[in-house]
Design a protein around this ligand. Structure first.
Ligand code: AGP
Length: 608
C-alpha cells in the first residue's frame, strides 16, 4: 500500500526511482508519480494506472536530475486520479510524497485555507507540502520546517520531501508507517520497502517512529523526535534472498504456491529436534517465560487471522490453555479484559499492517505476560516491537494473495504451541507426533501438487459462477475461510465459508443447482457429521466438490470427489490448504484477472 522512494546520487536518479516503484508494485496502487529536482527546474510527472505508463512519459522527457522522490498511491482520501497522485507540491518549491493517513486533515485544510493556501487535490497528503512550505517561510530551514509541520499531524506517515532550491538533498520523516534509509556508494536512498533498492544496496538503517533523515549522495544524518542526531543500527539485507523474479512461473502467486515445501522446511529448520521443539526458539528466555502462560490472545488480519483461528485447537489440545482471537482492527476498541498470564500474539506476513501494529501498541500498555510476533519480514516494525518472535522464513511474498505466508504461519503457530507445552511439561507424546508431522509436511504438500490436473476439471464450472460456498468443520472451517478468501480476492467470485453444521441455519437457502459447494472432509473425528451436512446439499441438487480421503468418501452425483494424500493430524490443515490455493489460482487464470495485483487491494495495509 503506497510505496515511497527517494534518492540522492552522483548519477541521474530517474531510472532508479522508476525501477524502485516497479519493485514495490506488488504492494498495491492505482497511480504513480515522480518529482525530479533538475538543475534548472523541478519536473513532476504523474499518471493514473501502471508505473509502466509513468516510465513511458519519463523516457520521452529524458530528464537528468541527481535527486528526486517518487510514489505509488493507493487511494484513501480522494479518488484515483492524476490530480490526487503524489508528489504534491506547494508554490513550486516544496514537493512531498506520503504514505499513511492524516486523521486531522479537515482541521489542517481549514487552517491552511485561512492562511491563503490553495489546495489542488482531495488528498490529506497535499496538506503536508503546504505545512512545510508555511513553516519554511518562518525558519528558512527545510528540516526545521518539516519537524514543525509534523507536530501538527495526527495519524500515520512516512514522508519524503524535496525542496527546489536544495538540489541533491532529500528529507524524510517517519511515524507509524514504514520507512528506511538505504546506503549506497556515492548515493543514498529512502524507501518504504527494502525491495525497492535491494538491487542497489544491502546496507540499511531502519528509521524509528519520530525519526527524521536528511540524505545527500555523500551523507545520511538521522535525527530523533527531539531533533538530536542519532545513530540507528545498520542492517544488512541479502539481495539474493529477496530476489523477486517470477522465474518459470506466470505469476508470483503461482511461484509462491509451488515454493511451499521449501518454505515450510525453512520455517521448521533449526527449531525442531529429534522428537521435540528446541528451547528458546522465540528468543532468549522465552522457554522459561512460557512456563507461566495460562492463555493466549491472538490478533491479526485477513489470512493471518485465519492462521490463528486454525491453530486454536493446537493450543487447546497440546497446551491445554484457552485461546482468544480478535480481528486486529476490532481488538483495541472493545476494552479487552486481560487476565493474568496471558500471552499476546500477533501474526503478520509483512509485520507492518497498521491495525495489527496498533493492537500491539495497545497491548504493550496492558498487563500481558509478553508479546510474541509471528512474522515473515525480519526488518519489520512488528518484529522490533515484540518481546519474542519467530520468523516464518518464507522469503518475500509478492502476490497480494497470501499463500506461503499462511502455511508457514501455521507451521510457526504449531511450533509456538509445542514450545508452550514443552515449557509446561505437558503432552509429550502429542509433541512428538506433531514434530514428526511437521517434518513430513513438505513431502505431503508435493503430493498435493499432483492434484492440479484433477482440480482443473472443476475450475470451468467454478469460474462460470459468481458465487461459491466453502464448508468445513473444526479447524477445516478456518481453512475453508482461507480458501474462500483466496477465491474472492483474485477471481472476484463471491465466496463465503461456513462451518458445515451452520448450513441449515441459513446458508442452505443459497443452495440450488448452480452454486458450487466446496467441502473439506479430512478423516477426523468430525467427518461423519460433515458427511451428513453434505447430504443436505445433495438433497437440494447442489454441486459438491469434496476434498477428502478414503474414510470420507461420499457418493457424489453432481460434482467431484478429489482424493487427498493421507496426512497426519497435525499437518492435514496445512496440506488441505494447498488444493484451495491451486483452485483459486486456476479459476482466476480462467477469468483473466490481474491476480498478482487484484483490484482495490494492497499487499501491505499500512493504514487503519
Ligand atoms: C490475504 O491474501 C491478504 N493478503 C490479506 O488478508 C492479508 O493477510 C492481511 O492484509 C494481513 O496482512 P499481514 O499478514 O501482512 O499482516
Amino acid at each position: 500500500m503506497c510505496g515511497i522512494i527517494g534518492a540522492a546520487s552522483s548519477r541521474s536518479v530517474g531510472k532508479i526511482l522508476i525501477k524502485g516503484l516497479q519493485l514495490m508494485e506488488y504492494r498495491g496502487y492505482d497511480s504513480a508519480g515522480v518529482v525530479l529536482n533538475k538543475d534548472e527546474e523541478i519536473l513532476r510527472l504523474r499518471s493514473l494506472g501502471k508505473v509502466s505508463k509513468l516510465e513511458e512519459i519519463m523516457i520521452s522527457e529524458k530528464p537528468k536530475a541527481f535527486s528526486g522522490i517518487a510514489h505509488t498511491r493507493w487511494a484513501t482520501h480522494g479518488a484515483p486520479s492524476e490530480e490526487n497522485a503524489h508528489p504534491h507540491g506547494s508554490h513550486d518549491d516544496i514537493y512531498i510524497v506520503h504514505n499513511g493517513i492524516i486523521e486531522n486533515h479537515e482541521e489542517i485544510r481549514c487552517s491552511l485555507r485561512n492562511k491563503g493556501y490553495e489546495i489542488a487535490s482531495e488528498t490529506d497528503s497535499e496538506l503536508i507540502a503546504h505545512l512545510v512550505h508555511f513553516y519554511k517561510k518562518e525558519s528558512q530551514d527545510t528540516l526545521q520546517a518539516l519537524m514543525k509541520a509534523t507536530t501538527e499531524l495526527n495519524g500515520a506517515y512516512s514522508i519524503a520531501v524535496v525542496c527546489k532550491e536544495e538540489k541533491g538533498k532529500v528529507y524524510a520523516a517517519r511515524q507509524k508507517s514504514p520507512l528506511l534509509v538505504g546506503l549506497g556508494i556515492e548515493e543514498n536512498f529512502v524507501a518504504s520497502d527494502p525491495l525497492a533498492i535491494v538491487n542497489i544496496t544491502e546496507k540499511f538503517h531502519m528509521l524509528e517512529d519520530g525519526d527524521f533523515a536528511v540524505i545527500t549522495k555523500e551523507d545520511v544524518v538521522i535525527y530523533d523526535q527531539e531533533g538530536i542526531i542519532v545513530e540507528r543500527e545498520e542492517l544488512k539485507i541479502d539481495g539474493a534472498a529477496t530476489a523477486t523474479t517470477k522465474g518459470e512461473y506466470k505469476h508470483f502467486m503461482e511461484k509462491e504456491i509451488y515454493e511451499q515445501p521449501d518454505c515450510i522446511g525453512n520455517t521448521i529448520n533449526g527449531r525442531l529436534g529429534e522428537s521435540d521443539v528446541l528451547d528458546n526458539v522465540f528468543g532468549l528466555g522465552s522457554s522459561n517465560s512460557f512456563k507461566d502462560v495460562k492463555r493466549v490472545q491472538f490478533v491479526a488480519c485477513g489470512t493471518s487471522l485465519h492462521a490463528a483461528k486454525t491453530a486454536r485447537k493446537w493450543f487447546e489440545d497440546i497446551c491445554e490453555i484457552p485461546c482468544y482471537i480478535d480481528f486486529a482492527s476490532e481488538y483495541r476498541y472493545r476494552n479487552p479484559i486481560v487476565e493474568d498470564n496471558t500471552l499476546f500474539v500477533t501474526i503478520s506476513q509483512s509485520g507492518e499492517t497498521a491495525d495489527t501494529l496498533a493492537a500491539l501498541n495497545y497491548a504493550k500498555e496492558e498487563k500481558y505476560l509478553g508479546i510474541v510476533s509471528i512474522c515473515n519480514v525480519p526488518t519489520s516494525t512488528m518484529a522490533r516491537e515484540s518481546d519474542w518472535k519467530i520468523f516464518t522464513n518464507a522469503g518475500p511474498e509478492i502476490g497480494v494473495a497470501s499463500t506461503k505466508a499462511f502455511t508457514t504461519q501455521l507451521a510457526a503457530l504449531l511450533i509456538l504451541a509445542l514450545s508452550i507445552s514443552k515449557s509446561q511439561d505437558k503432552n509429550q507424546e502429542k509433541r512428538k507426533q506433531a514434530a514428526q508431522d511437521l517434518r513430513e509436511t513438505p513431502a505431503l504438500i508435493r503430493e498435493a501438487f499432483k492434484l492440479k490436473d484433477e482440480i482443473n476439471t472443476i475450475t470451468n464450472n467454478i469460474s462460470s459462477n459468481d458465487n461459491a460456498l466453502f464448508l468445513g468443520r473444526g479447524m477445516y472451517f478456518s481453512i475453508a475461510q482461507e480458501g474462500a478468501l483466496k477465491l474472492k480476492e483474485i477471481s472476484y467470485i463471491h465466496a463465503e465459508a461456513y462451518p458445515a453444521g451452520e448450513l441449515k441455519h441459513g446458508p442452505l437457502a443459497l443452495v440450488d443447482e448452480t452454486i458450487p459447494v466446496v467441502a473439506l472432509a479430512p478423516e477426523d473425528s468430525l467427518v461423519e457429521k460433515l458427511l451428513s451436512n453434505l447430504e443436505e446439499v445433495k438433497a437440494r441438487g447442489g454441486t459438491l466438490y469434496v476434498f477428502g480421503n478414503a474414510g470420507s468418501t461420499i457418493e457424489i452425483k453432481k460434482g467431484k470427489f478429489i482424493n487427498m494424500p493421507k496426512c497426519g493430524d497435525y499437518n492435514a490443515p496445512i496440506v488441505y490448504t494447498i488444493p484451495l490455493q491451486i483452485l483459486a489460482y486456476e479459476v482466476a487464470c480462467l477469468r483473466g484477472t490481474d491476480l498478482d495485483q487484484p483490484r482495490n487491494l494492497a499487499k501491505s495495509v499500512t493504514v487503519e
